[in-house]
Design a protein. Structure first.
Length: 131
């Protein structure tokens, strides 16, 4: 038979409640941790040319993921598009070079999250026609 009391006679429920409270506190502490995001300057450093094959792959993958996320999450009936790439689109290398130049010309964005700066750049570089 299992004894549901601790050696001091406290019911196991109190021990479980204490463990749950400690677990919740630890979860809250983790939730309050600052999650490190890639800064604009860090992305610029990776995207500058000439880049190693690894840097180029990361730069293309990261910037493509930002644009793909924009396309996948924007609800067409609820949010007007703000990035409109006309076809034929410029080469990736040209767009990346333009982004690096844009970011270097706007040093106030260096410590901002790279994803927001990329979206702002794309909106400026590929504006949608006004209706």
């Amino acid at each position: 038979m299992i004894d549901l009391h601790t050696p001091k006679g406290e019911p196991m429920k109190k021990v479980l409640a204490a463990l749950i409270t400690v677990g919740a506190f630890l979860g809250l502490a983790q939730a309050q941790e600052k999650i490190q995001v890639l800064s604009t300057q860090e992305l610029v450093n990776v995207c500058k040319l000439p880049a190693s094959p690894e840097s180029r792959s990361f730069c293309i993958g990261y910037s493509t993921a930002i644009y793909d996320t924009y396309l996948a999450t924007r609800h067409p009936q609820r949010a007007k598009p703000f990035i409109c790439v006309k076809q034929p689109a410029p080469s990736r290398d040209d767009v990346i070079k333009d982004f690096v130049n844009f970011a270097q010309a706007n040093p106030q964005s260096a410590d901002k999250p790279a994803s927001g700066t990329v979206l702002g750049f794309l909106a400026m570089r590929f504006p949608c026609a006004r209706k």
